[in-house]
Structure formats: structure tokens, C-alpha cells
Write a protein that binds this ligand. Structure first.
Ligand code: DAL
Ligand code: ZN
Length: 305
């Protein structure tokens, strides 16, 4: 269908412009419209150019921006901080860097002595004694001997964990706790005598190398592999982290931790750290503590004010 027989003004950027009546042809409207179209085209070209520039710069701008509000770290910084971690753990962190740094900030706010790395190559001094040891006899706890003690600072969470287990019908039996430097020496010598040095080194720490000297590690129940299958062993494996405790020597990680699997040995590392361990460190305490030991100073220096 022919809509109009009248002539139609040409416009390079606009289709279906209003037809111009024959008597309007000599009026300046046509020229004005054409120059307005040129200005509009120039403006839109300018905008396109700006958008293209921003698009080209976007990766550089993103790389230079902090990943999370809690730190001044860029994604490149985080990439460098995580290079020593196993691939799967690094991937988990880099897949959610904001979430990781958010949790990490809370962990760095916890008392540093609760997160100190103690293993075969990071020893405590012979004179290190925790400042706030309290005998467990002063609490309503199931103990297998009367000389046990732990740090007072962890007792609120210890008691919360015991009460939660009890509410599930599970009794947690405390079998070993703080060990002095001297006592570690005796335990190790006894193990060597009984099983030989090679076997002893897989499950008994040299003096100064035991987490028990921190006063924040606990051995539960029978201190045998059978403990894993007991109600207490299964309850702790599922819930201890909720109260800030994690298994120090998990199955299959002897090359990483230096010790064979110990289903009974839990260390308190604070609740935020236990969560970070589960969500970002493959639930391996050693990886988390090594990471903090290696990077704490840099991370604290990169905290946002
Ligand atoms: N059984 C652990 C490794 C210790 O002796 O502390
Ligand atoms: Zn132990």
C-alpha cells in the first residue's frame, strides 16, 4: 500500500521521517535536520569510543582493584599468596576470593597464639607454658585421669561442645590434654622403647613438637583407631568444627602433617578458623596453619584501615 505520494526527505540515520510538504521544500528545516543528525551521529560515535576504551581497560582496572573491602589485596596479590597451596585448594579460594578474604579477616582477628603452627619443623621452646592452664577437675567433664588441664581461654567452647554432644546422647571422654615439654620427652622415649623409632615418629612428637604443649589439643576416648567408629568419634568428626575444634592428623595426609591418622586428636583453632578450614582448605588443618604462618604479616599489613 502506498502511504503517501508526497516527496520524502532523505535522512541518513532515520527511517520513516515525516514527509515534507512541497511548499516546505525551500524552508531551512531540511538543512537543520541534516545538521542535527550529524551532531547526534558525532555524539553517539563519541559515546561508542568511550565505551570501547572502558571495555579495553576493564581487565586492567579490575586487576588493580582490591578484591574485598577487608584488604587492599588485588586478585594478582591473592594469586601470588596462594601459589604454594595444592591446586584444588587454590581453585576454591580463587573461585570465591571475596568470601575467602571476608572469612580470613575474622580469622586474623582471633588470638594469634591459638593459631600458631606447631609441627615437626616448627617447635615450641622448652620454657613455653600456656599462661592460663586450668585443671579439668574443676569442671563437670568425663576424664580418664585426674591431672588433665587445658587453657582457660578455650573452656567456653569446650563446655559448649560437651553439652551439645550430651544433648545428642554422646559422652566425650577426655584422655589427654596439656603436655609439658618434659612430659613429651618421656612419652616419645617410651614410644621408641616400645615400638622402635620409625613407628614412634609416625605418632609421637619430639619434645617441643607436640600440639599438646599448647594446652589446646585434646585426645578423646580410647586413643586407638577404633575410636573413629564409636558414637563419640563419629559425633566429633561431624560437629567438633562448630565449636572451633578440628582433627589435626586426618587419614591420608601423613606426608602433609608428618603423623599418621589420629581420629582422636583434636586441636582448638577458634570457630572462624575451623569454618575457613572446612570451606577453603580442604578441611586440612595443616594447610590452613601453614598458610597463616607463611603469610600472616603480609595479610595484616594489607588490612583495610
Ligand atoms: N600424637 C601427636 C602427634 C603428639 O604426640 O602430639
Ligand atoms: Zn594427641
Amino acid at each position: 500500500m502506498i502511504r503517501s505520494l508526497r516527496p520524502v526527505a532523505y535522512s541518513p540515520d532515520k527511517e520513516g521521517v515525516e514527509p515534507i510538504r512541497a511548499d516546505e521544500r525551500k524552508m531551512p528545516a531540511f538543512e537543520a535536520r541534516r545538521s542535527m543528525s550529524r551532531a547526534a551521529a558525532a555524539r553517539s560515535q563519541g559515546r561508542l569510543l568511550l565505551a570501547a576504551c572502558l571495555l579495553a581497560l576493564a581487565p586492567a582496572l579490575a586487576a588493580a582493584a582490591p578484591v574485598a573491602p577487608e584488604f587492599s589485596l588485588t586478585s594478582q596479590d591473592l594469586g601470588a599468596l596462594t601459589t604454594d597451596l595444592p591446586g584444588s585448594i587454590r581453585q576454591a579460594i580463587l573461585a570465591n576470593p571475596r568470601g575467602f578474604l571476608h572469612q580470613l579477616a575474622r580469622v586474623l582477628d582471633q588470638p594469634q597464639d591459638l593459631l600458631v603452627l606447631v609441627d615437626k619443623s616448627h617447635l615450641l621452646g622448652a620454657d613455653y607454658v600456656p599462661p592460663d592452664l586450668v585443671p579439668l577437675g574443676g569442671y563437670r567433664l568425663a576424664v580418664s585421669r585426674n591431672d588433665l588441664s587445658l587453657r582457660r581461654v578455650i573452656m567456653t567452647d569446650v563446655l559448649a561442645m560437651v553439652a551439645a554432644a550430651k544433648a545428642h546422647g554422646v559422652t566425650l571422654l577426655f584422655s589427654s590434654s596439656y603436655r609439658s615439654y618434659e612430659y613429651q620427652r618421656e612419652v616419645y622415649a617410651r614410644e621408641v622403647k616400645m615400638y622402635g623409632q620409625e613407628a614412634a615418629d609416625r605418632e609421637s612428637a619430639h619434645a617441643g613438637a607436640s600440639q599438646h604443649q599448647l594446652g589446646t589439643a585434646i585426645d578423646f576416648g580410647s586413643i586407638t583407631d577404633e575410636f573413629a567408629g564409636t558414637r563419640a568419634g563419629r559425633w566429633l568428626a561431624a560437629h567438633a568444627w562448630e565449636y572451633g575444634f578440628t582433627l589435626s592428623y586426618p587419614k591420608g595426609y601423613e606426608q602433609v602433617t608428618g603423623y599418621r591418622w589420629e581420629s582422636w586428636h583434636y586441636r582448638y583453632i577458634t570457630r572462624p578458623a575451623a569454618r575457613l578450614q572446612r570451606e577453603f582448605f580442604g578441611d586440612v588443618q595443616q594447610y590452613l596453619l601453614e598458610f597463616l604462618d607463611a603469610h600472616r604479616a603480609q595479610l595484616q599489613g594489607a588490612r583495610s584501615k
